[in-house]
Design a protein around this ligand. Sequence first.
Ligand code: HEC
Ligand code: HEC
Length: 190
Amino acid sequence: MRIPKSIFFGLILLLAASGGFHVALADHDEHGEKRQHRERHRGNHSEHGGKSCFTPVSNTAYAESCGDCHFAYQPELLPSGSWEKILAGLEDHFGEAVELDSEAKKDISKYLNDNAAERSSAKRAVKIMRSLGSKTPLRITEIPYIQEKHHDISPDVLKRESIGSLSNCSACHTTAENGVYNDDNVKIPK
Ligand code: HEC
Ligand code: HEC
């Protein structure tokens, strides 16, 4: 069967417009090295194992002591200067007294310091550092990059019983514990 030229080019245009044409071409073109490169590239942007997410919390003392009252924030969310200030002010920690024995404090301090935002290559940690410059806030929710990402969430939504405040990352980021904050995994609770 012969397809008239005009219909043939019409189809190509349609495919191109839908992106299908590009995919078909890419699949056809990419062999060997090229394909490997593409997969590596894609892997780097995948949900897990890549640099697109933070490393899940791995320190037991930190998870237990600092995940007791709220979500145990990944160390990559703040620079070491912020973590130092937070640990130095635990007797008045946002109005609460947090008690830590000196062993646990040392362990937590090293963990936070070793894994702080400025030592991370995760793309969101890089953005955090870029937006902070040399500032070392006590809160993640004071980071300009973080504020900007959430500026269209109304205060009424944040006050919902299911949320409380922007500090409650895991209320909306269903995969926060895995260090995954992309918008595909956000669900604002009622
Ligand atoms: C006794 C309860 C309690 C414990 C234990 C605790 N915190 Fe907090 N933390 C709070 C409260 C309350 C806030 C303020 C939350 C808010 O404003 O919604 C807070 C806020 C924070 C914030 C700022 C969150 C934001 O708004 O960006 C960080 C960071 C933080 N805590 C780190 C720690 C670390 C590190 C530890 C362990 C050494 C710890 N917390 C242990 C009660 C606690
Ligand atoms: C009330 C729900 C809510 C809470 C609480 C919340 N977020 Fe978000 N967050 C969102 C939404 C919605 C977006 C997507 C914004 C957009 O459209 O790009 C987002 C985006 C982000 C992004 C950017 C993701 C990207 O791919 O660009 C990061 C990083 C992030 N949040 C981290 C946090 C952290 C850390 C906390 C806790 C300190 C937090 N969020 C608390 C709802 C929330």
